[in-house]
Design a protein around this ligand. Structure first.
Ligand SMILES: NCC(=O)N1CCC[C@H]1C(=O)O
Length: 653
């Protein structure tokens, strides 16, 4: 039998250090790039909000679908070590391509600060994103499983801690990069003109990916590397196909039933392979309801409200989640779970995952309650069958206005953004009505003709100054803007004679009065849910997988995330419920329903020790320990011969 002597530190294999540092750098690279991606789409490629978020979610979904490919390559062909190296190279190339695509000077021939050839930038960035998705998704199931492979049988306690530390590293990388890359983006840089520095914001993640690869290679001499046992995925597909065919051929009731439908492959396939497929299928079946958790998680409850209230850069708001993860993982691991165990309660992995889902559902209930409070502060918006008419009197005396009920009115809809409560709550807007007798120029706005209005314009929170001009005449006025509010300013004909004093302010929508603290429970709940659900899922997927299909099961786990993102995309396309809080409650109820289904499925699941089952099957097949050892030695010798042969071939070339 092949025994690895691994160097240890505090009971942990030293090689783990390289793997967690590699994961930290890789997640820095991934989340850093993701933090500025939507902004790049919106403000560099000038895409609208819908297109930008759709492409973003499609990209995230792709990142969690490609693990299947990585797992197949690793478990059937190259092994985890080589797969991680090759796909990391693809990943780094993708990040560099992405960074290059953000250099506006490349196509800015007229040097006006905007790219002239958007097709070039779009094509390059899409190529970069595809390579990144291939790389990040491809290595993801391999790195976690490869980390697990470093532990020996006597280190099962350390193995569980490893997955928590692994998750901590993911979120430490994510936290740092989400803080840093938005700051880099906010810098100005360029060759001909100075613009927002997207090349730096995408370039630093590219450098981190290269570092991640270097760190991984540096640990090369210390890893436990298990080679794949032939093309396992192909064997699995053939075996499943045969079982289905054979079952169909023997569908008559005269044939005795078999315990499991995979037992119909017994005639042709090795019992060990059949047992391993059964283990994997049982877990994959259990994963069917899980995407619902990620659907809620990826919607990031009311992030807009929070970002505005805290006054940070909007792309930095994604840091709330990793900060809470870094706090909650140690608390759960060191305090809550041991305490539950001390109370004699069996808080098994599947129970933890169910409770995690319930926490996420509670986060959405909490979001719904906050939304109801927010809605109370909003004006009554007209329904879809009504209109809102605003009459502004810029005349110097009182006017009577009568609207005949049968008369058709042409109403200009200049207040459209007022009618969507969710999005406007995190912004401030204002418009001006010109009651002056001539054209007026207002700071940062186009000139307005007499009796005309500007559109609603977004402004920043706090005190803002405006200068009004007509020819040589000018006056200045300033107003304090409350977050989430909307204002109309009426400019009278006397505006210059009283130095802007007579400008009247109408508050169309009140400033945000819901306290920021109300948002905290939903973040806390969803992250507690994530720790129970996601960290446990990672451990569970490793512990329940047969040795030769560890990456495959990790990929299955990651796929639940991909499907969750695809559901987010579909929901966005199908449209929204008229009330935001109702939508939150709908999602919460769906997740509660799903967690009930999952808990029933979990009740019937029996935890296994794959190594034990494999040993038992071998024993049943008549392979005694010595024979098993002999078989392993033979396989290793065969392996060695193959490697030598390859070596000879290589020297011949
Ligand atoms: N806090 C989020 C997080 O750590 N993750 C979300 C999907 C899985 C995991 C990751 O690996 O990034």
């Amino acid at each position: 039998m092949l025994v690895y002597l691994t160097a240890e530190c505090c009971g942990y294999p030293i090689s783990i250090f390289f793997i967690v540092v590699n994961e930290f750098c890789e997640r820095f690279s991934y989340y850093g790039m993701r933090a500025v991606l939507v902004l790049y789409f919106r403000y560099f490629l000038l895409w609208d909000d819908d297109l930008a978020t759709s492409i973003y979610h499609a990209f995230v979904a792709l990142c969690y679908l490609t693990p299947i490919l990585g797992a197949i390559i690793a478990d059937s062909w190259l092994g985890k070590f080589k797969t991680i190296i090759y796909l990391s190279i693809v990943y780094a190339i993708g990040q560099v391509t992405m960074a290059i695509s953000t250099i506006h000077d490349i196509t800015d021939a007229n040097r006006d600060g905007t790219p002239d050839n958007f097709t070039f930038h779009i094509a390059l960035s899409m190529l970069g994103l595809i390579l990144i998705a291939l790389g990040t998704g491809g290595i993801k199931p391999c790195v976690a499983a490869f980390g697990g492979d470093q532990f020996q049988e006597h280190q099962s306690r350390q193995l569980n801690t490893f997955f928590s530390v692994f998750y901590l590293c993911i979120n430490a990388g994510s936290l740092l990069s989400t803080l840093i890359t938005p700051v880099l983006r906010a810098q100005e840089c360029g060759i001909h003109t100075q613009q927002q520095c997207y090349p730096l914001a995408f370039g630093v993640p590219a450098v981190l990916m290269v570092i991640s690869l270097v760190v991984f290679i540096a640990g090369s001499g210390m890893y436990v590397k298990t080679d794949p046992e032939g093309n396992i995925m192909w064997s699995v597909c053939k075996c499943i196909g045969f079982a289905i065919k054979n079952r169909f051929r023997h569908r008559s009731s005269s044939y005795p039933k078999r315990e499991h439908w995979m037992d119909w492959a017994n005639e042709k396939y090795d019992k060990l392979l059949i047992a391993q497929i059964k283990m994997v299928l049982k877990v994959l079946f259990l994963y069917i309801p899980l995407p619902m958790f990620w659907t809620l998680f990826d919607q990031k409850v009311s992030i807009c409200h929070f970002s505005g209230l805290l006054g940070g850069l909007p792309d930095q708001m994604q840091t709330v989640n990793p900060i809470l993860i870094l706090t909650l993982v140690p608390i759960m691991d060191r305090l809550i779970f041991p305490l539950i165990q001390k109370c004699g309660l069996n808080f098994s992995p599947l129970k933890r995952m169910t409770v995690g889902m319930l926490f996420a559902a509670m986060a959405f209930v909490s979001a719904a309650l906050v939304q109801i409070e927010i809605d109370k502060t909003l004006p009554n918006f007209p329904s879809s069958s009504e209109s809102q008419l605003k009459v502004v009197n810029t005349y110097s005396t009182t006017l009577n206005v009568t609207i005949s009920p049968n008369e058709h009115l042409l109403i200009e809809s200049f207040g459209v953004q007022l009618h969507t409560s969710k999005h406007t709550y995190s912004t401030i807007s204002c418009m001006f009505v010109n009651g002056y007798t001539a054209d007026l120029n207002i700071t940062n706005l186009d000139s307005i003709e007499p009796s005309a209005t500007t559109n609603y314009t977004l402004v920043n929170q706090g005190k803002r100054d405006f200068v009004l001009r007509h020819g040589e005449q000018w006056c200045e006025f300033s107003r304090k803007f409350g977050f989430g509010a909307s204002y109309t300013f009426l400019i009278p004909s006397t505006v210059f004679s009283d130095d802007c004093e007579s400008i009247t302010e109408v508050e169309d929508m009140k400033p945000n009065s819901v306290h920021m603290a109300l948002q905290i429970p939903q973040y806390f709940l969803i992250t507690t849910g994530e720790v129970m659900f996601s960290v446990t899922g990672l451990q569970f997927s490793y512990s329940q997988a047969p040795k030769n299909m560890k990456s495959v099961l990790q990929a299955g786990w990651l796929c639940t995330n991909a499907v969750g993102n695809i559901i987010v995309l579909i929901v966005a396309e199908l449209g929204k419920l008229p009330k935001q809080w109702a939508e939150y409650l709908l999602f919460a109820s769906l997740l509660v329903a799903v967690s009930i289904i999952f808990s029933i499925m979990a009740y019937f699941y029996t935890y296994i020790d794959p190594a034990e089952i494999e040993a038992q099957v071998r024993k049943e097949q008549g392979l005694e320990p010595e024979e098993m050892e002999k078989e392993t030695l033979e396989m290793e010798e065969k392996d060695e011969d193959q490697k030598n042969e390859q070596g000879v071939k290589q020297t011949k070339i």
